[in-house]
Design a protein around this ligand. Sequence first.
Ligand SMILES: *[C@@H]1O[C@H](CO)[C@@H](O)[C@H](O)[C@H]1NC(C)=O
Ligand SMILES: *[C@@H]1O[C@H](CO)[C@@H](O)[C@H](O)[C@H]1NC(C)=O
Ligand SMILES: *[C@@H]1O[C@H](CO)[C@@H](O)[C@H](O)[C@H]1NC(C)=O
Ligand SMILES: *[C@@H]1O[C@H](CO)[C@@H](O)[C@H](O)[C@H]1NC(C)=O
Ligand SMILES: *[C@@H]1O[C@H](CO)[C@@H](O)[C@H](O)[C@H]1NC(C)=O
Ligand SMILES: *[C@@H]1O[C@H](CO)[C@@H](O)[C@H](O)[C@H]1NC(C)=O
Ligand SMILES: *[C@@H]1O[C@H](CO)[C@@H](O)[C@H](O)[C@H]1NC(C)=O
Ligand SMILES: *[C@@H]1O[C@H](CO)[C@@H](O)[C@H](O)[C@H]1NC(C)=O
Length: 372
Amino acid sequence: MRLITILFFCSRLLSSLSQESFSQEIDCNDDDVLMAVDAALKKYNDGNQSGNQFVLYRISNATKMDDFDTFYSFKYQIKEGDCPVQSGKPWQECGYKQSADAATGECTVTVAKKNRTFTVATQTCQITPAEGPALISQHTCRGCRYPISTEDTNVKEILKHAVSHFNNNSARSHLFVLGKTNRAYKEVVDGWNFDVSYSIMQTNCSKADFPLLTPDCQILSNGVIATCTDRAYIDLSQRIASFSQQCYFLPEYDFDAGRCIGCPKDLPLNSSDLNEILNHTSTKLNADYGRTFYFKIDNVKKATVQVVSGLSYRIKFTAKETICPKESNTKFTSSCETKEPGQVLICDANIYIVPWMNKTESTVNCDLKTVV
Ligand SMILES: *[C@@H]1O[C@H](CO)[C@@H](O)[C@H](O)[C@H]1NC(C)=O
Ligand SMILES: *[C@@H]1O[C@H](CO)[C@@H](O)[C@H](O)[C@H]1NC(C)=O
Ligand SMILES: *[C@@H]1O[C@H](CO)[C@@H](O)[C@H](O)[C@H]1NC(C)=O
Ligand SMILES: *[C@@H]1O[C@H](CO)[C@@H](O)[C@H](O)[C@H]1NC(C)=O
Ligand SMILES: *[C@@H]1O[C@H](CO)[C@@H](O)[C@H](O)[C@H]1NC(C)=O
Ligand SMILES: *[C@@H]1O[C@H](CO)[C@@H](O)[C@H](O)[C@H]1NC(C)=O
Ligand SMILES: *[C@@H]1O[C@H](CO)[C@@H](O)[C@H](O)[C@H]1NC(C)=O
Ligand SMILES: *[C@@H]1O[C@H](CO)[C@@H](O)[C@H](O)[C@H]1NC(C)=O
């Protein structure tokens, strides 16, 4: 194996990233990024019937997007190597072609990671030969869903349609406007599928007085907010041929419009939503902790809710061991009394709920409180 130098022009992990963003810049020395680059470059080399393989030169602008799936987007630069495509060697075993007429290139790519396999969703490479014009090659995987910019023109058109669809069909008394676009995904089929998620906010224009939105319709500072997830199919003539919309109205604890949607917000400890969240928390707590006896949530110290593509609740609490044994096959109920003296846990829970998908994910992390 020959040694070649690959340059990493990437940032370190940014920890100051805003909570609401689902994409983050990452270090391209990350193992997953290297595997994603390998998948992308193999894909490029496999598409070439003749000539030399291209070899990695450097990686830049790597970002990771985490949703239900994980995606890596990055750029990488390549140089023509010294082994032919037909040699069947992995590109890692090729050197750079040492000649003035070696071609160079740059690729922009999005790779999906699912179940530890990396699939190239979309890749565009621009190859610059020593002489002659640059060549563009484009690969997009059919049926692969991948994130795209919320600034995409199709996405913008769909959002316009979506707000209009909502206003035409909702039973609300007032018109709504687009708040923030959270995510957009695209999938190439015979035409294109798009999934978009965004928020909409109530304006001061009542439907009775305003058939359509006008610039006079301003966001109400104490208005209602909903988050929506839509799917649109755009056919080959660039028409929105089918469209479905699911909107979920956020609970009423004043998500006032001037604030940042997507920032964590304190949840009052007496709010009715908290009971349901604590129920999930208790189930997960007892699934993960307590060998012999059930634990009971004792004191909730802080609760926040954050609107992402769903609602993400974080709860800080303490839990106490109870006298109800787990083995007895009896269900844990809130009437189980705490054990004195018993173990005390200091816990953090994250409960993620997507109401319109009936989806709940819980994680609970606890430390045993040491008695002094
Ligand atoms: C194959 O490689 C050559 C350069 O060696 C490049 O010009 C050409 O675009 C590549 N073909 C494909 C299909 O990528
Ligand atoms: C890539 O990263 C460089 C350096 O961090 C930055 O200047 C450039 O704008 C980025 N390009 C894109 C397309 O994000
Ligand atoms: C994930 O990969 C493992 C091993 O390769 C396989 O057994 C499993 O069925 C895969 N799961 C899914 C959901 O594709
Ligand atoms: C909403 O209604 C208006 C007026 O009837 C119509 O022009 C518009 O196309 C409708 N929007 C959607 C998305 O159906
Ligand atoms: C909505 O509020 C804006 C700004 O306060 C105001 O200019 C506008 O007239 C209001 N529209 C209605 C329909 O009340
Ligand atoms: C929660 O407590 C606040 C202040 O203590 C009170 O104003 C509010 O009405 C309470 N809400 C409920 C649902 O009990
Ligand atoms: C908690 O969840 C259980 C099922 O997991 C259900 O039977 C119970 O009614 C729930 N309690 C509350 C207060 O939601
Ligand atoms: C969620 O659950 C409700 C009631 O159980 C059901 O009507 C609805 O179809 C479910 N939605 C999804 C996306 O599974």
